[in-house]
Design a protein around this ligand. Structure first.
Ligand code: KG4
Ligand code: ZN
Length: 333
């Protein structure tokens, strides 16, 4: 049996990450977050993000090889996220990975970041087998999906406006809670009570789409009308509305499609209320809920390396002309 070693880079947004896997087994996972740099601007500044990736990516690769106790010559495949994401940021990881592939005369694999988030589940649950339902909830995506096969995703429902993570970020900014909004709202909510009934739109049976932009507007008007309301209570109520929509719809979708497993993926899947509500709903419905560990929900390269490994096993290598694709869609494996 050939033990294939894959080194993958992830730089689609504000995390610079490198991981190495050998035959699906994680040997190293290094993540450096730029959150502290972007915090003061209240969001990711694309130009700064790209520059920061460039400044540290070579050291991150060396650190990862050290952690895996490998020489770069021992790597069989070089991989990188090719989209979706910020174009300048994507290009750093992509160019660096292609550069290593050329220098070492080894193949290159471009990876869809969205498959990466779904695959984060396999790092914790290697026996999980498609088909299963997926709730992909990140800064840019909110989708109910079916992973039909390891290389095939089918869309069941999606947000019509803001992504769930984007709603957390925008509402946190509105409440003066800082960036990134998800963890900030989660922390504030722990000190408050979900006592305000913010909207849960598109609730008709069989409608698996989401809408979160109205929630943001409701919070804005509520704060204008009730300037003395506790920020903690408002944060708890907004979090409750988002989590309620997500959990209700994904379990309804799984039931209607007769799927017995739901895998959660993306940065918002690290939310503790979402995890708790899904656990309860799982007990009620008998549908199993899977969550990657918190550090593998947000952006990381381990999930990218695992997709690259599956692609490489199928001989799906990418040409060196592969470009960054900021709006890469789910139909690209
Ligand atoms: O997957 P991710 O790291 O990057 C993208 O690909 O977008 O997701 C980032 C998003 C941000 O919007 C952030 O606020 C949200 O995930 N997030 C959370 C939590 N941790 C991160 N949202 C809710 N609760 C959290 N604990
Ligand atoms: Zn992501």
């Amino acid at each position: 049996m050939c033990l294939m070693k894959v080194l993958a880079l992830e730089s689609s947004c504000d995390e610079t990450a490198v991981a190495i896997i050998e035959d699906g087994l994680l040997l190293s996972s290094q993540i450096s977050s730029q959150i502290d740099i972007h915090k003061r601007f209240g969001g990711v500044v694309p130009e700064i993000a790209a520059r920061k990736h460039l400044e540290i990516i070579d050291r991150m690769v060396s650190r990862s090889l050290e952690e895996a106790d490998l020489d770069i010559k021992e790597i069989d495949v070089f991989a990188s996220t090719m989209g979706p994401g910020l174009v300048g940021s994507l290009l750093i990881g992509l160019s660096f990975a292609k550069g290593m592939a050329i220098a070492m005369n080894k193949p290159f694999v471009g990876v869809n970041h969205l498959f990466g988030h779904v695959y984060a589940n396999f790092l914790k649950y290697p026996l999980l087998k498609p088909p299963f339902m997926v709730l992909l909830v990140s800064g840019g995506h909110t989708e109910i999906l079916v992973l039909k096969d390891l290389d095939r995703i089918e869309l069941v429902g999606k947000t019509r406006d803001d992504a769930a993570g984007e709603a957390f970020d925008k509402i946190a900014r509105l409440l003066g809670l800082g960036y990134p909004g998800g963890p900030a709202i989660q922390e504030a909510a722990e000190k408050g009570q979900a006592k305000y009934p913010f909207p849960r739109p598109l609730r008709e049976k069989g409608n698996f789409d989401f809408s979160f932009s109205g929630l943001k507007t409701s919070v804005l008007y509520f704060m204008k009308k009730n300037p003395l309301a506790s920020v903690y209570d408002v944060a708890a109520s907004a979090q409750e509305a988002i989590v309620d929509s997500l959990v209700t719809k994904v379990f309804e979708a799984a039931e209607s499609l007769h799927l017995h497993e739901i895998a959660f993926a993306g940065g918002v899947a690290s939310n503790s209320l979402l995890r708790e509500r899904a656990r309860v709903q799982s007990e009620v419905s008998g549908i199993k809920a899977y969550f990657p560990p918190v550090d593998l929900c947000t952006d990381n390269a381990a999930m990218i390396a695992l997709v690259a490994y599956e692609k490489a096993k199928r001989g799906l290598f990418s040409p060196l002309s592969t470009n960054a694709v900021p709006y890469l869609t789910l139909d690209f494996f």
